[in-house]
Design a protein around this ligand. Structure first.
Ligand code: ADP
Length: 423
């Protein structure tokens, strides 16, 4: 199958978010963790490559993204999507602008659009200014982000120092007039040499207009929401045939284990909800594992009935997390916990678990790495932005649910199990 749209995401959970949204169409989506080392074979209509380039230095981010583009071109894609965060996470130098400009050069295209809006999640753009709920970006919690603090809300101004060519705006007044008005505006800006166009969007209807006007562009850039209308548009105009491969529902063994390394507010609720259900649970004590390693938890897991979906969690409230970090160092203890949860995943796979639910973006990265998984087939969506995924690990068909931070409802751990049982 020829790939219709090649997508590159600047982090892993951004890629799964995009995958889940595209999978709503029922069309098959493949997700690769890093640029595949093998040439494309048996590709899907939508191919996504997840990079870890958001906070990387500019030249590394550009090089990795160009390698991803090259692979996607070899998969047959002629249109491409560069996915970044809906809060436009970037530094003064990049990486959103430099990466987009490098992709444009390689594709020989003169213009692209920037639309990180995600109205369903409260991200909207008006007159070039990005809002998080009712707050301008630079007044939202993003102003204090440890890696990419955002001190300006205006996307045109943010983008300008990141690129060499002119930056412009197609505002909401144009978008409100529909796809052909927007097309005309983009053509006008193109004639003036404006290569980078921020496009306003405050509601899902705007995203539809923008996707319709821009679906033939070699390169579109934005958050995941702007890609949402694309599968239906491609099916309607025949770019994607009606018999395009569908999302798979392979037979997966029933043994389940849940591993939680996220300490977000929502994950704390999800763990508490699961404990209340009197499911088998084991709390990893950071001080204890830093001293004695994984033996105790692995011994506990060996005694568990995997049909009861036991949960191992390091999840803790902010005060205990802070105390642990002060005692053991933030990065050091983070890594120890990730490694132990990854060991649990491998041990449980070897003991017969075929369904693994993981909470935590970094934790998911550690678990997939330990399981040797680099290719995921996207399945049904459990919660917005979190699909079940299918993969092979050590010759076994497995299902993984990989959830970052605040995604999912308080009942996520049971929601995920129920969703897979329905397929
Ligand atoms: P999220 O998606 O919520 O950001 P991540 O897995 O990306 O979750 O990051 C959580 C980090 O916190 C991981 O490095 C994890 O190992 C670490 N961590 C988990 N539990 C604790 C704890 N009790 N104390 C300190 N750090 C923890």
């Amino acid at each position: 199958m020829m790939t219709v749209l090649g997508c590159i995401a600047d982090d892993f959970t951004g890629a799964t978010d995009l995958a889940g949204i595209l999978a709503r169409s029922g069309v098959r989506i493949s997700l690769h963790i890093g640029v595949p080392t093998q040439p494309p074979s048996e590709t899907s209509p939508f191919e996504i490559i997840a990079l870890k380039s958001r906070a990387a230095n500019v030249s590394k981010a550009v090089a990795e993204t160009r390698a991803a583009l090259d692979w996607l071109q070899r998969a047959g894609a002629q249109r491409f999507f560069w996915k970044y965060c809906s809060t436009f996470d970037s530094t003064m130098e990049g990486n959103i602008g430099p990466v987009a400009e490098a992709l444009m050069n390689d594709l020989g295209t003169a213009q692209t659009i920037y639309c990180p809006a995600f109205p369903e999640n409260g991200r909207s753009i008006f007159m070039g200014n990005l809002f998080v709920g009712q707050q301008p970006l630079a007044e939202s919690p993003m102003k204090d982000h440890p890696l990419t603090p955002m001190h300006d809300s205006n996307l045109v101004r943010l983008l300008r120092p990141q690129v060499t060519k002119p930056v412009g705006l197609a505002d909401r007044l144009t978008v409100a007039q529909g796809a052909s008005a927007l097309r005309t505006k983009l053509d006008m800006l193109n004639a003036e040499g404006v290569a980078h166009v921020v496009v306003d969007a405050v509601a899902d209807e705007d995203l539809l207009v923008i996707a319709e006007a821009c679906r033939h562009m070699p390169l579109m850039t934005g958050g995941s929401a702007i890609a949402m209308p694309l599968p239906a548009l491609y099916l309607a105009d025949g770019t994607l045939s009606a018999d395009a491969p569908k999302i798979p529902s392979p037979k997966v063994g029933r043994g389940t284990v849940i591993l939680s390394g996220s300490c977000s507010a929502m994950t704390n609720k999800q763990v508490a909800t699961y404990i209340n259900k009197s499911a088998p649970t084991y709390r990893l004590d950071p001080l204890e594992i830093a001293k004695s390693g994984a033996n105790a938890v692995l011994n506990w897991l060996k005694l568990q009935d995997l049909s009861q979906a036991p949960l191992v969690y390091a999840t803790a409230d902010p005060i205990s997390v802070k105390a642990t970090q002060d005692a053991l160092g933030t990065a050091a203890i983070g890594k120890i916990i990730e490694e132990i949860l990854a060991l649990c995943a491998v041990a449980m796979r070897d003991a017969g678990a075929r369904r693994i639910i993981v909470a935590g973006g970094e934790t998911s990265g550690a678990v997939t790495k330990a399981l040797g998984v680099t290719h995921l087939d996207i399945g049904a969506e459990i919660a917005p932005g979190v699909p079940w995924t299918f993969c092979q690990s050590d010759g076994n068909q497995m299902a993984l649910a990989l959830k970052s931070g605040n995604f999912g409802a308080p009942t996520f751990f049971t929601d995920a199990q129920n969703k897979l049982d329905l397929i």
